[in-house]
Design a protein around this ligand. Structure first.
Ligand code: HEC
Length: 175
């Protein structure tokens, strides 16, 4: 855009012109960089809610020693979706949500390692589901449980559940 000097300035002395009409100092020096002001990506709910509604919900149907192992293509496809959810959840819970402890947890290296392990176990479960292999799914399930327990031992032991429990009727116990 072309800058047009206000005509009043033209009538002023050179000294006044420098003061009144000189271009303003660029403000970049005092303004924080864009990256610093961009809000950190945050979950819209608590990590606890994510645990119940995503992590726990997706993992339960994969416990093949507790629930009926998949036999149909439809159930195997569900197992694949659950495995995807866990693989992604392990990364999601590395973002803080609205819970009071979330920010502390996600900044802890042990938390990150346990969450990455959850993702890795989810990827194992995905490979097992794609291979339609119950034994492999069972092995992935063992790795999953170990990831849950490792993190819960470190971060959850004395914490209340904040009133969020999974449904006792999910998943269905029969085909
Ligand atoms: C990286 C850490 C971490 C991993 C991995 C993890 N959890 Fe959690 N989980 C937590 C924390 C911390 C809480 C408590 C949150 C709160 O109370 O605000 C929690 C809460 C829960 C809750 C709700 C509280 C309760 O006791 O009912 C369930 C259910 C749960 N987790 C299941 C699981 C399952 C199943 C897995 C593995 C498939 C798992 N979690 C993996 C950290 C983890």
């Amino acid at each position: 855009m072309m800058r047009v000097l206000p005509s009043a300035c033209l009538a002023l002395s050179v000294a006044a012109l420098l003061g009144a009409c000189a271009p303003k100092e660029p403000e970049t020096a005092t303004e924080p960089a864009v990256a610093a002001t961009a809000p950190a990506l945050k979950l819209p709910v608590s990590i606890n809610a994510t645990m119940v509604a995503l992590v726990d919900h997706a993992s339960e149907p994969l416990w093949v020693d507790t629930y009926v192992a998949p036999t149909t293509d439809e159930r195997w496809a569900e197992a694949e979706y659950n495995a995807y959810q866990l693989a992604v959840a392990g990364k999601l819970i590395q973002l803080a949500g609205t819970g009071p402890n979330d920010a502390n947890w996600v900044s802890d290296d042990k938390w990150k390692a346990d969450a990455d392990e959850l993702s890795a176990a989810g990827m194992d479960a995905l490979a097992a589901a794609k291979a339609r292999n119950v034994d492999q799914l069972n092995t992935a399930g063992d790795r999953l449980v170990a990831a849950c327990e490792s993190c819960h031992r470190s971060f959850k032991p004395d914490l209340p559940t904040m009133g969020l429990y999974k449904s006792p009727n999910y998943p269905p116990k029969t085909e």
